[in-house]
Design a protein around this ligand. Sequence first.
Ligand code: FAD
Length: 213
Amino acid sequence: MDYLVMQNRANAGEIEPARVISARDKIVAVIGGGDTGSDCVGTASRQGAKEIHQLEILPEPPSDRTADNPWPEWPRILRTSTSHEEGCMRRWCVTTKKLTGKNGEVTHLHGAEVEWQADGPRYKMRELPGTEFVMPVDLVLLAMGFVHVEHSDLVEKMGLSLDKKGNIITDDNFETSISGVFAAGDAASGASLVVRAIDAGRKAADAIDRKLK
Ligand SMILES: Cc1cc2nc3c(=O)[nH]c(=O)nc-3n(C[C@H](O)[C@H](O)[C@H](O)COP(=O)(O)OP(=O)(O)OC[C@H]3O[C@@H](n4cnc5c(N)ncnc54)[C@H](O)[C@@H]3O)c2cc1C
């Protein structure tokens, strides 16, 4: 997410604020309704965006847990962050079909509404005919999901084993499929939280120390 990283670097005084991708006076579309999308909404709002639209492909979650989502499972409920409260338009069940523009700059987002139908244990998406829309946009931010650690270079060249989701496989001692190579944090667990990465980093350091001794 170049956009968020740049703003953080500017806040930390590492780069000139003028070099940051800015949403000032722009119509912004954030594609993706998750936490990263919410961070984009908040950043665009504080940069002085003219309008912010957050487009999510999945249906609007319920405000309370449903019967098939009991405690202690992660509650799949609607979350409204302080960023949302600062102002944005949120839409659910919307797919983006294409972006168009001129002179190398985006000017329009072409979307359509979708519905999700149960298909055995899974859900199938269907575009609703006649719901296509075109909206003017000046800045489009892609926040559609963290997949896994980057595989290029280090991971692929070393030939580290990966799990089905593309995360680096480690044993209980944080050691990867290659002896003497360790992994911890998001690279091994998949997208998670800072506290978990810190904890895993400390435990991995202990495990490395034991191995060296
Ligand atoms: C937009 C966004 C918002 C988030 N908000 C929160 C939040 O509010 N609270 C929270 O707890 N968590 C949040 N997270 C999750 C949190 O950032 C991660 O869980 C955490 O940073 C994982 O730490 P890590 O050290 O495993 O990986 P990272 O923080 O990703 O660090 C990995 C580092 O390795 C570097 N690197 C990659 N390849 C190489 C290489 N070949 N050689 C050298 N260095 C390399 C990368 O540049 C990077 O600096 C957020 C994540 C995102 C993307």
